[in-house]
Design a protein around this ligand. Sequence first.
Ligand code: MOS
Length: 734
Amino acid sequence: MTVQNTPAPGAPPLDTRRVDAYEKVTGKARYSADRVPEGVAYATFATARIGKGRIVRIDTSAAAAVPGVVLVETRFGPDELRDVGFVMAGGHAVQSLQPLRGDHVAYRGQPIALIVADDLVAATEAAQLITAEYQPEPFTVRIDAEGAETVVQEEAIPVPALADIKVGDADAAFEASPVRVAGTYEHPAQHPVPMEPFASVVRWDGGRLIVNDSTQNADAVRFGLAVQLGLDPADVEVTSPYIGGGFGNKNSLYGHLGPIAVASRRLGRPVKMAQPRPQTFHTGSFRPDTRHTVRLGADESGQLLAAIHEVDQQTSRHDLFPCEITAVSSRLYAVPAFRGRQRLVRTDVQTPGFMRAPWESPSMFAFESAMDELAYATGRDPVELRLANDATADPVTGLPFSGRHLAECLRRGAARFGWDGRDPEPGSMTADDGSILGWGVAAGCYPGGMVPAVAHLSAAADGTVTVAVGGHEMGQGIRSAIALLVAQDLGVPVDRVIVRVGDTRLAPQHLTAGSWGTATALPAVRAAVGELRKALDVTGDMDIPAAVRAKGGPVVTAEATTLAPGQTPEILKQLDGGLLAYAGPVYPEFVTFSWIAHFVEVRVEPTTRRVRVPRVVSVADCGRVASPVTAASQVRGAVVWGISAALREESVVDDRFGGFLNNTLEEYPVPVNADIHQVEVEFIDEPDLLFNPLGVKGVGEVGMVGVAAAVANAVHHATGRRMHRLPIRLEHVL
Ligand code: MOS
């Protein structure tokens, strides 16, 4: 990897380890549920055991009689727990349905009672003793079953993300194309399953509510609880300094927080809830099931003439989770005519939501599988085909891309992988262990988003610099990227920089997701460093203790606010309401995406047909690499996610029961160490300076986009079988 940044004198090397590595591996990092105050009580839910219907009667007497149980509640009044809307419809909550506010059961697994006890064992035992009588109603959990209801866009409340994308007349261009390929692709529902479950501790300090929560969006929790409990947002503080994985589903207020806050107030003691794994499969948002039809038209040489990508995406009965599947398939290549159509289908589940590369990964599985098919239909090498269709401007808006080095990703990846040794004939290559070799390629892209950010810096006479900025550390390494920037800009050792994120007391906390965390925080931090230099009157190397003392300090502070390109300060008013002021990927003068190319080797064992992935090469263009160690780790992790999507994961449903059946880590398989072999990561590392002054773009999600397609394309190369459904199982390659 080439690193182009020139550190200030005395600055740490860019390949510095994670700044919080020591805390994490020694257990010193305190996660939400680890920070337990004196006298805490333990809460858990009892959940609905029907697919849909009404609760006729709940018997809580046996539960209440369990020694140690201090509260059993099945219904909170409308003034005790007010309405707070779905985060994607202007609210703050993970779904509009809030548990324990009525007798309606919208889906299996919905909480129907809250139990609080002196210890977790008593709470858990009591929860199992809750019995309910229901009046069941018909339901469906599958988008292709009777009862699933397609949302007709015209009838729906306006959902901009459902708008069709239309460039030219794609249908006519497809019909007129000399070469046409068409296929359907199914991508199942999946659950993010972060190692740390939804976990919170709440307590009251007089009229102030103090919350430790495992969240990617501490301000959504703060403002959401303020709405729900009728509090002034200034009286709610939320901290989330470490998150044991989030992947998108910790993006807003969860349904347990209001109930445990009310319970805590009633009981006059702190209350903790860490949800059991099976409950998280039904309280947490998940990646919805999608069904795709892709049609590509090209000339004989493989030059694209038309692309049509139609998608049905699952949503809940009660909310419309947006669909932006074709926002990426429309941007990958120079297609003169494109039509993207996205529809939602209502089913009886909790509201789906974000999961790492939520739309982009399924979108690319479908689209890049179709591109591979086009390569075979035209006799073009799959890498050459992609290079021949490279785009120089955004095909949808005609605006320039702020940065796009996808062709370079493909060329470098092909060279590093040894792609020119590939015989295109399916099944023609054999590995030295006798297995059938398959080599596949796919590209991917991910929108470059930004939100406004506020950064505070304070330099102390002891030589430390404390940074407080909006953002959350969920394992991706945002603390390290921020600490490195401050250390480099000021020329101070990285261990003198203290980074505070995920704390509503210190700076407005925007949602950290969509791979915009680093691109959002770093420009604000750099601007604050500039302000600090001004406040300290130091232009060159910084002797912080001396500079602070010269200003009469024990501390000297500075702050800066930055906006996304094209945003005006007006937008900052939204932050006062805890709402997300997202911008991107289309800005007034350009369009921003991160780009990647993946090269995958699979080995198919000839008799058992077991598919293994011994080798992956991924080359990413994410602008300037802010923190090489954590960026490479992000891409490797994302590649594991892609392999997992291709070969392992599926949230299994059954129309007879409702809910998700495989709701434990034993039954929801993800790759283990033995499944993951060589994953090589390379970065283009060209700053995207139109996007922001640091030239950094997101990397956490683009790393996953295209991996499943590259695996599926490699399986096709090995077996001659086109994979139309994920995950790929033995029976699909027999
Ligand atoms: Mo990510 S799915 O945008 O947290």
